[in-house]
Write a protein that binds this ligand. Structure first.
Ligand SMILES: [Zn+2]
Ligand SMILES: [Zn+2]
Length: 889
């Protein structure tokens, strides 16, 4: 939809779309900007320019238009007080991780809190009407502006004022009247300072007029009146019109404080801490000039560096002021901003990773680390986290509870970054040599080595980050979610009655509604269809085997083997009760392991995905590192404790809004629930999830859970494989047998070892006996020893290093015409050792060299003593023959 077209249409009939009661009462005049033509409403009859083009733009810096001063937390108190006084419910913020929508990773606006997707439609669910909410919103698209422009944040507080016009809520007139009084009465801004600009909003198939309100060129808020749907011209009024007023809390604080940047009044005491640490030589007059210039120029240029250069020139900043003041300040603001965003995100259960939204968090922490090293700072991040949370906890008490978790995650992640630096540097050098990589190559570097394009740019391996990188990366991750569903012509069929949600009989009678090849639709069924990671039931329908069951919208389709009944038949159906019972136990076990893992590991543990079959199951959780044996044992113990405590597993249906308000967004472990009535499965207050699966009545029914294997399957995700019920006992039995077998093997090995030692001892005893016989001139020819005169040889397996060494040494010491050569195995090598008496005529070194070369190794020594060896055992016999012939002739 073309926004300009809609704006033209609406502005051509201002009385209908924009002229609210306040404008008439107060005497606002409607003007068209003499520069850009946009329409705006003002009390100042001399004003000719819209706020964007006005001469007063950003003149509040150094000279605020209010008599009262409010910092970030005080500003919210003012806003809240005003709206509550005017019959609004003040609602706590929703998580920044948007668990209730699968098309968004993060909450990007306050209205998102109340949007639920039903099919292709967006519906609104408000917990109160009217309401106001301090919604923390995360936005990452202007990351390079953060810290530099004075007003861009990676997360900010959107004051959401929302109303549905009915007997409780209100519409345009009252909305604008409230916003105007908030500025003038509550914040003390002069009436003439407030300018409303006509605009429109369009998105998600609906649209409506909006009034943006400005003070001194700073847009404080935008009141959107969502009232139409369809294409302009053929549009109709929505059943549910909605007031969507969003205002930046940071800007409310800024306008009352008039500080050089919004950062100065919104981060609390962390600024001063960082100022002192960095030792910035701050001069408010120079900063005022500089940031006013930045604010004025930022919208005129695409290139931020150009804006910066211009501001430096116009504000008369010297090189020394730039390096001693501006650059460190930008870094300081960046650190404060990014850290604040990480605190919110980790508190709400997100983890830095390479996957999905976690990517942005990792990127931010790496930007903090890079800034710290660039400015050569020594910062105590834990202390900075404390400072932030202490300042924010009044408005957001939940941050206080997760303080230690945030510290732990950031510590692990920073250490990981340090470790990966060496590897990344090497890889970057290779990339630099090879020349500019393609976008696909960049994606591979990122996914396999965790090397971000920002890093490559930082080290000059690439000149810029290709604009298509992030969209392509997110497309890749998005498409993984989609699942191919075979289309069946099911349109006219009635919804299948789901008996498994009722009495759940294992045997029942049903009518065949439709047959497609081997697939059958019944009027009702107790066969659970594949869904939520739970595998389908098996069994029989009219004597035919049921091999698969799938759900297509509200219709359940059974796949049969060996034939099908006829349409219209009434058939006997039988669910395989043992299989179902095993799957059910595994499903409840998934919930139990999930909550056990969270209690053992930390609050960041969420179900990533799950799979439950009858003989095995797995649960993938979000966690930063591989699990060690101790952690696995603790999780298993905690899970079995829950079984032992035999808690009832309760299933209740709730209105979705009620469930969310009552239990929070933890219920969405298995993802978004696209229905108004939510099935809540709860195990006391230990685990509460929205879930459509089958469950045991009491945790004790599971009897036993055994975790069989764990593995870190991707960055930020750990898989736990497990078995429960009879399969767990079977597993324990197998484990016991296995360990018995191993024990037996160990005993046998030990005995063998002992036998070998004994043989060796016996062999050693033979040394003096053999020597005596040889020196006596006896000729020996046996496995144990061969001799010819006083030359002798052995390759017996019973002799080790010790035997060969001692035998040879003693023999030649007693008779210098004697010589000895022994071949024996030592570990993986075959060794040869030769002792030759001076008058024996044998050259020890030559034999060692020759034999070693046969064995593929090396040998060395002199004519009297030499040794060598090699690992080529296939040449053992050849080596023995050769050695024997070399010494005995
Ligand atoms: Zn203008
Ligand atoms: Zn479940």
């Amino acid at each position: 939809m073309d926004k300009n077209q809609i704006l033209k249409e609406f502005s051509s009939d201002p009385d209908k779309y924009y002229n609210v009661k306040l404008f008439q009462e107060q005497g606002f005049v409607r003007k068209s900007c003499s520069k850009c033509g946009r329409f705006f409403w003002t009390l100042d009859s001399n004003r000719t320019l819209c706020p964007d083009d006005g001469t007063d733009t950003y003149s509040f810096i150094g000279e605020p238009p209010t008599t009262k001063r409010f910092d970030y937390t005080q500003a919210w108190k003012q806003v809240e007080e005003f709206f509550v006084k005017n019959n609004h419910t003040s609602v706590s913020r929703y998580p920044v991780v948007c668990r209730w929508r699968d098309d968004l990773y993060f909450t990007i606006a306050s209205i998102v809190d109340f949007q639920r997707i039903m099919g292709s439609k967006v519906v609104f669910e408000f917990p109160a009407n009217p309401l106001v909410v301090p919604q923390t919103c995360l936005r990452f698209k202007d990351l390079e502006n953060v810290g530099v422009t004075g007003r861009h944040f990676s997360s900010f507080c959107m004051i959401g004022q929302h109303s549905v016009p009915n007997n409780q809520g209100y519409w345009k007139d009252e909305c604008v009247d409230l916003d105007y009084r908030l500025l003038t009465d509550q914040f003390g801004i002069k009436k003439e300072e407030v300018v409303f600009v006509e605009d429109v909003w369009a998105g998600g198939g609906s649209f409506g007029p909006s009034l943006e309100y400005f003070v001194r060129g700073l847009e404080l808020g935008n009141a959107v009146f969502t009232e139409f749907q369809g294409e302009l011209g053929q549009h109709t009024t929505l059943d549910q019109r909605v007031i969507d007023m969003g205002a930046g809390l940071e800007r409310f604080a800024w306008i009352t404080m008039g500080t050089p940047t919004a950062y100065d009044c919104c981060f609390g005491p962390i600024n001063e801490k960082l100022f002192n640490k960095i030792g910035i030589d701050s001069d408010s007059e120079i900063l005022r000039k500089y940031f006013t210039e930045i604010a004025k120029e930022i919208d005129n240029y695409d290139d931020l560096n150009q804006v910066r250069r211009l501001a430096i020139k116009n504000a008369g900043i010297t090189d020394s002021q730039l390096t001693k003041m501006i650059t460190p300040m930008e870094g300081m603001y960046l650190i404060a901003d990014h850290l604040r965003t990480l605190i919110f995100a980790i508190t709400d259960g997100a983890l830095p990773s390479n996957v999905g939204g976690g990517y942005n968090l990792r990127m931010m922490l790496r930007r903090i680390n890079a800034t710290v090293s660039k400015l050569n700072l020594k910062l105590d991040i834990d202390d900075l986290i404390d400072t932030h949370i202490d300042y924010l906890k009044d408005t957001y008490p939940e941050l206080d509870e997760k303080r230690e978790d945030v510290k732990q995650i950031l510590k692990i992640e920073s250490a990981r970054y340090e470790e990966s630096k060496v590897h990344m540097k090497k890889k970057a050098e290779k990339i630099r040599e090879k020349g500019t990589p393609t976008v696909d190559e960049l994606i591979t570097f990122y996914e396999s080595d965790g090397i971000t394009p920002e890093y490559l740019k930082e080290v000059d391996a690439i000149s810029e980050v290709p604009s298509s990188f992030y969209s392509k990366l997110s497309d890749l991750h998005q498409s993984e979610k989609k699942k191919a569903i075979t289309e069946l012509p099911l349109e006219k069929l009635p919804e299948t009655e789901t008996l498994f949600y009722k009495d759940d009989p294992m045997e029942f009678e049903a009518k065949v509604i439709k047959v497609f090849d081997d697939q059958v639709v019944l009027d009702k069924t107790s066969f659970y269809a594949r869904g939520g990671g739970q595998e389908p039931d098996h069994g029989s329908i009219a004597g035919f085997e049921v091999v698969d069951v799938d759900k297509h919208a509200d219709i359940i389709v059974h796949k049969l083997k060996g034939g099908t009944p006829n349409e219209g038949d009434t058939v006997q159906c039988k669910v395989d009760a043992t299989r179902r019972s095993n799957i059910t136990k595994n499903h409840t076990s998934t919930h139990i392991i999930n909550t056990s893992a969270r209690s053992v590991l930390g609050s960041w543990v969420w179900q990533h995905s799950a799979f439950k079959d009858d003989d095995h199951a797995r649960l993938d959780i979000t966690h930063h590192s591989s699990l060690n044996d101790e952690q696995v044992k603790q999780i298993e113990d905690a899970a079995n404790k829950m079984i032992k405590d035999n808690y009832p597993v309760k299933i209740e249906y709730f209105d979705r809004g009620t469930a969310e308000q009552q239990y929070g967004f933890r219920i969405y472990q298995g993802g978004v629930v696209p229905v108004k009535s939510v099935r809540i499965v709860s195990i006391e207050d230990k685990d509460i999830e929205a879930c459509g699966g089958t469950h045991v009545k009491k945790t004790g029914d599971i009897e036993l859970i055994k975790i069989t294997k764990t593995k870190r399957i991707q960055d930020g995700v750990v898989r736990l494989e497990f078995v429960s019920g009879p399969n767990a006992f079977e597993y324990v039995k197998e484990q016991e047998e296995e360990s018995k077998k191993k024990e037996q093997q160990a005993i046998e090995k030990q005995q063998l070892e002992k036998q070998r030692e004994e043989n060796k001892d016996k062999a050693r005893e033979k040394i003096p006996v053999f020597i005596e016989k040889i020196l006596a001139g006896e000729s020996l020819d046996s496995e144990e020893i061969n001799s010819k005169g006083k030359l002798c040889f052995t390759s017996s397996k019973n002799y080790d290093d010790y035997f060969n060494q001692n035998f040879g040494k003693k023999l030649v010491a007693k008779d210098d015409t004697a010589a000895f050569c022994g071949i024996f195995e030592a570990g993986p090598t075959i060794r040869v050792m030769i002792f030759a008496g001076e008058k024996s005529g044998v050259n020890a070194g030559e034999i060692a060299k020759e034999i070693a070369s046969i064995l593929g190794g090396s040998g060395g020594g002199d004519a009297k003593f030499a040794q060598g060896g090699g690992k080529d055992t296939s040449k053992k016999d050849e080596a023995i023959q050769k050695a024997k012939s070399m010494i005995l002739g």
